[in-house]
Design a protein around this ligand. Structure first.
Ligand code: ADP
Ligand code: LRH
Length: 490
């Protein structure tokens, strides 16, 4: 037979892709049909997503898929926290703001002062990050919220355009800091305490929910017939973690979903809302099958991406090769310093200023700057692994690195060396695989609970044992640099 065929749309902050997945004999083969760049669009001091451009790319990808034969289902995942607002008739009300928009300056601080950290964290278990949906809604002009009938997260919005469903899928809802992880429902009390409306919060649907058939217009545009829209785990990190190739029964593993962000975490059976988790500012996001993703956002390869843009987009492979020739033990930054969050072509200068201000040699060449960032990210990853161990009270021996960053052998090696743990790298396209396999599971084309087994059977992984050179006092040197920021981690 032909196997069961599904299409996944994976929208990352730096690029998107549409892929055709075929499940046959307990294996998944993935063919990427269409790739396109993504990023923020600066307009009049704001920063937006080009959602209409993304929609056009999705239609193009679906048209390519229809040329290959029948498709059972399609599902979209994207980055978290951002949303569109619809009016009564389903019209999009204005632009979709980017989470790095300057409109959010000072908003989180005001909301935290008003509601109190204990109330916010106790209700949601979500890391305090200035762009959480809670703070984005607090930054909205009241008229816009009053006119809004439905809030849809970005993948939900695209599902609405595909099939007309107005629901929020749970894994992405859980990133908003407006979601109660114990009940799986919205936590509207936080909006109410800010005198904000809550009428626009839609029903929450589990990953794997059949949302309906493609609209007649999409059928005409793409040529797809009989294709269902099935919500995957719509949060990209949730899809990626669903596809971490851990063996059944394997314990003592953590993951890094490595792309624009490094999401460093563990999977737990339920939310961890202890004082220790709050003090470590860990997030509890919803995973598939009722699991929790206990993790921390680390600034990630964003800093390199923005430097690369400033340098005229040289190849990643060439940049990383250059960085590999720079010796360890050089200058370090605190990657989670808030100065690195906003976009800007001055990113290399920000890295240099941070080194100068901390009395270190200033990296000059792209190779030196990239080495500085990667080395610092590896240190920060090692720190978070230690925090997770302490909060969970369980040792972490293996670190599964998935996503685009898994191609970075230098970073993988340094995470292994600096954390003293074994890194298993791959798959690079874990998010697509998780998206496809949750659809396949929902359609009955793979057995329930077999997603990770199918991923393990479907591709090669690379292992990086620890043991490379770590100059004496190196971990302490990094901790010293981050001590001030960590003091106000919460
Ligand atoms: P996102 O989903 O956040 O857009 P991805 O998972 O697509 O991110 O990962 C993007 C990252 O992948 C880039 O920042 C880059 O560091 C890394 N990457 C892309 N191509 C290569 C390559 N050829 N070699 C090494 N790393 C690469
Ligand atoms: C990664 C990601 C991450 C969120 C961030 C906004 O793409 O979804 O999990 O915190 O984007």
């Amino acid at each position: 037979g032909q196997g069961s065929r599904h299409v996944a749309v994976d929208l990352g902050a730096s690029s998107g892709r549409v892929a055709l997945g075929t499940v046959q004999g307990g294996r998944l083969s993935v063919e990427i049909l269409h790739r396109f760049p993504n990023g923020g669009v600066p307009v009049r001091g704001g920063l937006y997503w080009d959602v209409l451009g993304l929609w056009r790319e999705i239609l193009h990808g679906l048209r390519l898929a229809s040329g290959r034969g029948p498709v059972a289902s399609v599902g979209v995942n994207s980055w978290a926290v951002d949303y569109g607002l619809l009016d009564d008739g389903g019209e999009l009300l204005g632009g979709v703001h980017h989470y790095r928009s300057a409109r959010l300056g000072g908003v989180m601080e005001r909301v935290r002062a008003r509601l109190g950290d204990g109330t916010i964290y106790g209700a949601t278990g979500i890391q305090f990050l200035p762009f959480n949906t809670l703070y984005q809604l607090a930054a909205e002009p009241p008229e816009r919220l009053a006119r809004a009938r439905t809030l849809l997260m970005v993948p939900d919005l695209l599902h609405f355009w595909l099939c007309g469903a107005r629901v929020t899928e749970r894994t992405n809802a859980s990133t908003t800091q407006l979601f109660e992880p114990r009940t799986g429902e919205w936590a509207p009390s936080l909006l109410e305490a800010l005198n904000l409306p809550t009428h626009f919060l839609p029903p929450i649907a589990l990953p794997g929910t059949d949302l309906g058939e493609l609209s007649p217009e999409v059928v005409r545009e793409t040529g797809l017939h009989g294709t269902r829209v099935i919500a995957p785990a719509t949060h990209d990190t949730a899809s990626a973690v669903a596809a971490v190739p851990a063996a059944a029964g394997e314990t003592g593993w953590a993951y890094v979903s490595s792309g624009t962000w490094s999401l460093v975490g563990v999977e737990t059976p339920g939310p961890v809302l202890t004082d220790a988790a709050c003090a470590a500012n860990l997030t509890n996001e919803a995973g598939v099958n009722g699991t929790t993703r206990l993790l921390k956002n680390v600034m990630g390869l964003w800093i390199v991406q923005e430097c690369r843009r400033a340098w005229g987009n040289p190849d990643f492979a060439a940049l990383y090769e250059g960085a590999g020739n720079v010796p360890a033990g050089g200058p370090l930054i605190d990657p989670d310093d808030a100065r690195f969050l906003p976009p800007g072509l001055d990113m290399p200068a920000r890295v240099q200023a941070s080194c100068a201000q901390t009395g270190q040699p200033v990296p000059r060449t792209p190779a030196e700057i990239v080495r500085c960032v990667l080395e610092s990210l590896a240190h920060r990853t090692a720190d978070v692994l230690e925090q997770l161990e302490a909060v969970q009270g369980q040792p972490i021996r293996t670190v599964h690195v998935v996503g685009g960053g898994a191609q970075n052998g230098l970073l993988n090696r340094r995470v292994a060396d600096l954390s003293g743990r074994t890194v298993v790298a791959g798959p690079v396209e874990a998010t697509l695989m998780g998206n496809l396999l949750v659809q396949a599971e929902a359609s009955g084309s793979v057995p329930r609970g077999s997603v990770r087994e199918v991923v393990r059977a479907s591709g090669a992984l690379t292992t990086f044992p620890p043991g490379g050179p770590v100059p004496a006092g190196e971990r302490e040197r990094f901790r010293e640099l981050t001590v001030r920021r960590r003091a106000d981690e919460v």
